[in-house]
Design a binder for this molecule. Structure first.
Ligand code: AMP
Length: 293
């Protein structure tokens, strides 16, 4: 595996890969890699002839009071995980390399970025859409892999790719969880042991809603209430909403699959997000290898 830090080296390597490999997969990350990231890498390695991964803590997607400076970083460890997972080229640029002085263009993802995380993290998805556009232009992969844990991010990227005619397939990979159900996240490292224990109630809530859906419950309020009853150990529930899993529009009337129950909550000072897609089995085929529909 080659580690490159400049756009020029990256382009040189991807040109070389393209001559040898029919299909190039790309896995963008902010590093501090865990098994969730690894599942994206393994998915790319199994579906593509070559895999490029990136590690870049993108400042433009953090708000002024957020955890940019504290965000965990360990490039040596990340590089080992990438290499063992089958990555061919790891791109680890500096902030100056990604945003040279004087860069003023940004990508506005539109209404899909407005609800949920977009409402409580103004500018977040503008930063995400901008950095993903730049990375896709740099790597020019055939397939880009994203985790369903960040469901709204997936929706933003599908729109971006569709509306800006980007020649890439967007593949969405299921959420990888800890044994007690907590979605793996680099931010879990911030949790104290006591907070870590309490954080598991988020998944218990999502699982309770999925179980109620499985028993035939289709009223949005009842499904949200089933989840909320379990989520009492968090310090602050920021949102808990049922949305269309593709468009993220609110679900009105009875729920039809696929609908996503999305949650954001603070446990201590750590903000965690998660979601469950109801009617998953019906939607499964579409989710695993979703095109930019
Ligand atoms: P991040 O480093 O948090 O920006 O995440 C990089 C990619 O990994 C994104 O596409 C995330 O959705 C994905 N990801 C993060 N956590 C998980 C997880 N627990 N399971 C699957 N994918 C994940």
């Amino acid at each position: 595996m080659l580690i490159v830090q400049t756009v020029e080296e990256l382009r040189q390597e991807t040109r070389r890969l393209r001559r040898e490999a029919r299909r190039i997969g790309f896995v963008p990350t902010m590093g501090s890699l865990h098994d969730g990231h690894l599942s994206l890498i393994l998915e790319s390695a199994s579906r593509c002839d070559a895999t490029v991964a990136s590690v870049f803590v993108n400042p433009t997607q953090f708000g002024p009071t957020e955890d940019l400076a504290a965000y965990p970083r360990d490039l040596d460890r990340d590089a080992r995980i990438c290499r063992d997972g089958g990555v061919d080229v790891l791109f680890a640029p500096s902030v100056e390399e990604m945003y040279p002085e004087g860069a003023t263009c940004f990508v506005d993802p539109g209404p899909v970025a407005e609800p949920l995380c977009g409402a409580v993290r103004p500018g977040h998805f503008r930063g995400v859409a901008t950095v993903v556009t730049k990375l896709l232009n740099m790597v020019q992969p055939d397939v880009a892999f994203f985790g369903r844990k960040d469901l709204q991010q997936c929706a933003v990227i599908r729109r971006l790719v569709r509306d800006l005619d980007m020649p890439v397939e967007v593949a969405v990979v299921p959420t990888v969880r800890e044994p007690d159900g907590l979605a793996m996240s680099s931010r879990n490292a911030y949790l104290s042991p006591e907070e870590r224990r309490r954080a598991a109630c988020l998944y218990r809530g999502l699982a309770a809603a999925a179980a109620a859906y499985g028993r035939g419950e289709r009223r949005p309020e009842a499904l949200v209430a089933a989840a909320a009853r379990q989520m009492t150990e968090v310090d602050r529930l920021q949102y808990l909403e049922l949305r269309d899993a593709w468009t993220l529009e609110p679900v009105t009337g009875f729920v039809e699959a696929p609908a996503a129950l999305c949650v954001a909550a603070f446990v201590g000072r750590t903000r965690l997000i998660d979601n469950v897609v109801l009617g998953e089995r019906e939607a499964e085929a579409g989710w695993r290898y979703s095109l930019s529909a």
